[in-house]
Design a binder for this molecule. Structure first.
Ligand code: NAD
Length: 470
């Protein structure tokens, strides 16, 4: 058990909770369990810090660019800690740190500008953009740093202050990130609170918060929307996905198999926009299943700290239990494990990379989000049937179409009901693009300039066009 002294919560009690290493299932450190009652003081301090932070865009840009350099320089400290608590291979943790720095730079240099309103009336009208105040950012455990930066970079660049709550499964790298950022950012501009519920619910419903930006599961997103509604606070929700990949008859199976495999299994399948269902034409179905199963059987699974590991463990015991449950149900529904299908017999939360064939389309691994290293492959006989199946869930985050005729593939991708569709790729996002799930996958738009405007309010000034009309 850890012997480290508890860290004092901001203005509150000093209790800690264990943080587990998913590669062993054992605690390796602890984080402060912040008392929700301390949020009043935290949000008050964020309001005070906001007065200065909102006033000078040039100072903000300088601070955020310096912060990006500091994050990059701290990669060798941040990445191993991230792998230790999250499980992903070290190279992916380094990539996550790099994306965190890149996001800070991108938003630091984005200017909302002001826009004239031209409607023919003899007035000069202009939209100017104003920050909102303290923003609550609540994030999950799959990309703790990257998703936190997707919240705080645009919010801070827009002139808001931020109270950030990471998942209790992954609080440590975020706390270290906070201390790295504290060199460049003034005090209380970004505060990190850690702990279990009801901390998030209290933060989302706090009357001093002006915007709640949440990434996580659909059920929690619903609870967050309800909390925010209590104080009529703006809420942006980035929620779960169940992305379909539709393979066309002219797909070069062997050529795309590796890319398709990693689109589903990167970060052990714990990616909101992972491929979570594959639809393959019946004529090439067995080839697709076998190509993916071959990759699943040969991938190296192990601790993320071991440089040979290509896949780490599932992040936590609850998630592992969910993956096991969905897989067991798919097998009892008549499915077949072409690869994997079981936990690995070793300490930690390891699950064999699993390709499921012949699963009925009603099985939960198809209709819900498995969020783990398990991929069902389903046959189809007509493209219309495949598109209907791809669109046939309550999710709508991303989707992809794979084939050699790019025009045809694009025409089919255009029919997918989701926020982003790819051809022959999946889940590759640009910092400059809007990120918006449809149906239950999200409310509001993040990413690119839209992410900045989501943290601003329009303020319109009208004045007469000519002095004699004044
Ligand atoms: P989760 O919904 O369980 O938790 C997310 C965060 O909310 C955590 O910090 C958690 O502590 C907090 N929380 C829990 N209950 C709360 C409450 N009542 N009020 C406020 N906050 C509360 O999600 P998870 O298991 O950590 O992450 C996995 C989910 O996140 C998956 O569904 C995945 O698809 C989704 N996700 C979505 C995106 C996206 O951009 N759309 C990105 C990554 C992950």
């Amino acid at each position: 058990m850890p012997t480290r002294q508890p860290t004092r919560a901001p203005g509150g009690r000093a209790e800690c909770f264990d943080v587990l290493d998913p590669a062993t299932g054992e605690p390796f450190d602890e984080a402060p369990d912040h008392d929700p009652d301390t949020l009043d003081a935290v949000v008050d301090a964020a309001h005070v810090a906001w007065r200065e932070w909102r006033s000078d865009p040039a100072t903000r840009t300088g601070a955020l660019l310096a912060a990006a350099d500091d994050v990059e320089a701290a990669g060798a400290d941040l990445a191993p800690l991230l792998t230790r608590e999250q499980g992903k291979p070290l190279s992916e943790s380094y990539a996550e740190v790099a994306r965190t720095a890149a996001r800070l730079r991108y938003f630091a240099e984005l200017d909302p500008g002001s826009q004239p309103i031209t409607d023919g009336r003899p007035v000069r009208s202009e939209i100017r953009w104003r920050p909102l105040g303290p923003v609550a950012a609540i994030v999950p455990w799959n990309f703790p740093l990257q998703l936190a930066s997707a919240k705080f970079a645009p919010a801070l660049a827009a002139g808001n202050t931020v109270v950030l709550k990471p998942s209790p499964c992954t609080p440590l790298a975020t706390r270290l990130l906070g201390s790295v950022l504290s060199s460049a950012l003034p005090e209380d501009v970004l505060t990190i609170v850690t702990g279990g519920e009801p901390l998030g619910a209290r933060l989302a419903s706090h009357p001093g918060i002006r915007h709640v930006t949440f990434t996580g599961s659909i059920p929690t997103g619903r609870a967050v929307a309800e909390s925010a509604a209590a104080s009529l606070t703006r809420a942006t929700l980035e929620l779960g996905g169940n992305d379909a990949a539709v393979l066309l008859e002219d797909v070069d199976v062997e050529r795309v198999a590796d890319r398709l495999f990693w689109a589903a299994f990167r970060n052990c399948g714990q990616v909101c926009m992972a491929v979570k269902r594959v639809y393959a034409p019946a004529r090439i179905y067995s080839r697709v299943v076998e190509a993916l199963a071959h990759r699943a059987r040969t991938v190296v699974v192990g601790s993320g700290l071991d440089p040979v590991s290509e896949l780490g463990p599932v992040n936590n015991a609850d998630q592992l239990a969910r993956v096991e449950r969905y897989t067991a149900q798919a097998l009892s529904d008549g499915g077949r494990a072409a690869a994997g299908g079981h936990r690995l017999d070793r300490p930690g939360y390891f699950f064999a990379p699993t390709i499921l064939a012949d699963v009925p389309s009603t099985s939960r691994v198809v209709t819900e989000e498995q969020f783990g290293p398990v991929l069902p492959v389903l046959p189809y006989t007509s493209v219309d049937e495949a598109v209907e199946a791809a669109n046939g869930t309550g999710f709508g985050l991303g989707g992809s179409v794979w084939g050699t005729d790019l025009d045809r593939a694009e025409a089919i991708a255009d029919r997918l009901e989701c926020g982003t569709a790819w051809i022959n790729h999946h889940a590759e996002l640009s910092l400059a693009q809007p990120f918006a799930g449809v149906k239950e996958s999200g409310v509001g738009v993040a990413g690119g300039p839209w992410g900045l405007y989501g943290n601003l309010r329009p303020f319109v000034v009208h004045r007469p066009d000519r002095p004699e009309e004044a």
